[in-house]
Design a protein around this ligand. Structure first.
Ligand SMILES: C[S@@+](CC[C@H](N)C(=O)[O-])C[C@H]1O[C@@H](n2cnc3c(N)ncnc32)[C@H](O)[C@@H]1O
Length: 258
């Protein structure tokens, strides 16, 4: 499929949005109510909203590309930062970040060899393996300096499957509830937590174990990653707020050249 930025929007609403005459929130709201009327389910609507944000980020990325020398505020980049802005890092996400960009676009607006460290926590599982993640990893290899280190984390396919076999996910669900006391399965039996880890209401594309993530890294030209703990990331970069998520997560450290 063509990148969404190549699609020419025809509607007046979209034109108003693109020219800054109405906000992204308005477009999402109108689109969501239209999709609800058409009986699209909530998961589909959330994905459409996400693709709108990607579209907008791609447009911004294109505008920046026309201005040479995009300033790298920091040579350390924090991708898919969400609401965790880490001091001393360039915090990037699809919207509302210091540098909005679409990680699924296969392009990063940084010069070759300009980045010394990358942290990407719980992001790889949001990208299609072949069409989005591997192109992103190739692009990361391009922008990384030879001694750059990548820190990746994501839900661990091996831990999730092991947890289902061990106790249908009970211990992992308890771990989640300790970290997020408001988390609820809405009364469903505990194995629904395993579904939530796999799907995250449609936001997750794939879970990874070390072998699969390593394969993706090799496709992009990286050497093998080393499985580490969250503590290793925090020792290297203590400014990152802890997630305390080793029970469910895979942490991997990769050096561009070893
Ligand atoms: C589960 S959150 C993780 C947030 C943060 N890293 C953390 O550890 O709490 C996944 C993040 O990836 C971002 N993301 C997903 N797809 C993206 C894309 N195509 N481009 C940029 N960011 C994306 C989402 O917006 C979201 O903030």
């Amino acid at each position: 499929m063509a990148p969404i930025a190549e699609w020419v929007p025809e509607s007046r609403l979209l034109q108003a949005w693109l020219t800054g005459r109405c906000s992204s929130g308005t477009v999402k709201h109108v689109m969501a109510s239209l999709l609800r009327k058409l009986d699209f389910d909530r998961r589909t609507i959330a994905l459409v909203e996400h693709d709108f944000s990607r579209f907008r980020a791609q447009l911004r990325q294109r505008r920046r590309a026309r201005r040479p020398g995009v300033l790298l505020k920091s040579r350390r980049i924090h991708l898919g930062c969400g609401d965790r802005r880490v001091p001393g890092w360039l915090n990037c996400d699809v919207s509302g970040s210091e540098l909005d960009l679409d990680l699924a676009s296969g392009r990063l607006p940084f010069p070759d060899g300009s980045v010394t460290a990358v942290v990407m926590q719980h992001v790889v599982e949001h990208l299609e393996l072949h069409g989005q993640l591997i192109p992103l990893l190739r692009e990361l290899r391009r922008v990384c300096a030879d001694d750059a280190v990548l820190w990746l984390s994501c839900p661990d396919l091996a831990k999730v499957c092991g947890a289902y076999v061990a106790d249908r996910g009970q211990a992992l669900k308890e771990d989640r509830c300790r970290r997020y006391p408001d988390y609820s399965l809405g009364g469903a039996p505990v194995q629904q937590f395993v579904n939530d880890l796999f799907h995250a209401r449609g936001r997750h594309r794939n879970l990874f174990d070390l072998e699969l993530l390593d394969w993706a890294l090799h496709q992009a030209g990286f050497p093998s990653g080393e499985q580490v703990m969250e503590a290793d990331l925090l020792t290297a970069h203590p400014e990152f707020p802890p997630r305390h998520d080793d029970a469910q997560s895979l942490y991997v450290r990769v050096c561009k050249s070893r």
